[in-house]
Design a binder for this molecule. Structure first.
Ligand code: CP
Length: 317
């Protein structure tokens, strides 16, 4: 595998899950595979889970790991071609990328959506430039429109906890004070659409996602109806996708906070969230602390999804 930015890059989902569960049974079975290989992790944005889980996954495979926080200690990078660089950015991404590529065997990149220019975000300009100019395999550690390592971990978690073959998955918008990208819900939808699970998305009007990600999901604006019979509730905030409101917060209506009353409508559903989560905005203390909350095993599975992806890349070098 030479790149990993979307669900299609992983190919057959059952095979990918089999590989993930093999790793989970013995995560140190391939410690020789990454010997003398180096992973460079580049962060344009903050991270806790992605940083730790991806680094741990690479170490499990015997790799060396370098981490660069672009906004802390590196030169500020210009990303646009044609700009007269007389401002505060002394280095261009087009030199920085091949230089970074010369020091490693693969690159993980985290670069969020700017939420100002939809076309720029949905063209995935930053990670696409890494793919084009680094000369090395590149994987996403969350890009502008997708977070595939998260979605892969989410799917591993659902497979572990499900008690019926085709569970009902409900992805629900929930309020948040700041404008967040659509990457996590887009990606979750993309990966769930690769399964045969029942899949419902619920959100207030105005928060419609890009139809290419919604796919076969049922969109249900009546939140209570959506929650009925759910086996898994996947909560997430996202900003508006549709024009003219791209990137805007249209509502912080706390009637959409996931609470005990809404969870009572479900089939004793498990609660999921990618974290970090704003308590009592997205979800109440009671729900996230309940025995049906699986946010911690979900986060722990980030190590497994990262290891499955890095292993595939190592095998292709
Ligand atoms: N879920 C997730 O990607 O967490 P971080 O932003 O902390 O990496």
């Amino acid at each position: 595998m030479k790149k990993f930015t979307c669900a299609d890059d992983i190919g057959d989902i059952k095979k990918a899950l089999d590989e993930a569960f093999e790793i989970k049974r013995d995560r140190f079975a391939y410690t020789d595979l990454g010997r003398n290989r180096t992973l460079l992790m580049i962060f344009f944005n903050s991270s806790l889970r992605t940083r730790l889980s991806t680094q741990k996954a690479a170490m499990n495979l015997g790799m060396n790991v370098m981490v660069l926080d672009v906004n802390q200690g590196a030169w500020k990078l210009e990303t646009e071609r044609g700009v007269v660089m007389d401002g505060d950015k002394p280095e261009h991404l087009l030199e920085a990328i091949p230089v970074m590529g010369s020091f490693c065997d693969m690159i993980g990149v985290r670069s969020f959506a700017g939420l100002k220019d939809k076309a720029e975000d949905y063209e995935e300009r930053v990670i696409e430039q890494f793919i084009r100019y680094s000369g090395k395999p590149v994987f996403s550690m969350e890009a502008a429109t997708r977070h595939p390592l998260q979605s892969f971990a989410d799917l591993i978690t659902i497979e572990e906890f499900k008690t019926v073959e085709r569970p009902k998955i409900v992805m629900t918008w929930a309020p948040h004070p700041k404008a967040l990208p659509q990457a996590v819900p887009n990606s979750f939808a993309e990966w769930i659409n690769k399964t045969d699970y029942e899949f419902v998305i619920t959100h207030p009007e105005g928060y419609e996602l890009d139809p290419q990600f919604v796919g076969r999901a049922t969109v249900e604006y009546d939140r209570k109806k959506a929650f009925e019979g759910a086996d898994f509730v996947y909560a997430k905030n996202w900003s508006a996708y549709t024009d003219p409101n791209y990137g805007k917060v249209l509502s912080t209506d706390r009637n959409w906070t996931v609470d005990t009353d809404t969870m009572k409508l479900t089939n004793n559903a498990f609660f999921m969230h990618c974290l970090p989560v704003r308590r009592n905005m997205i979800v109440t203390d009671d729900v996230i602390e309940s025995d049906r909350s699986i946010v911690i095993p979900e986060a722990a599975n980030r190590e497994i999804s990262a290891q499955a992806v890095i292993k595939r890349i190592l095998e292709s070098l």
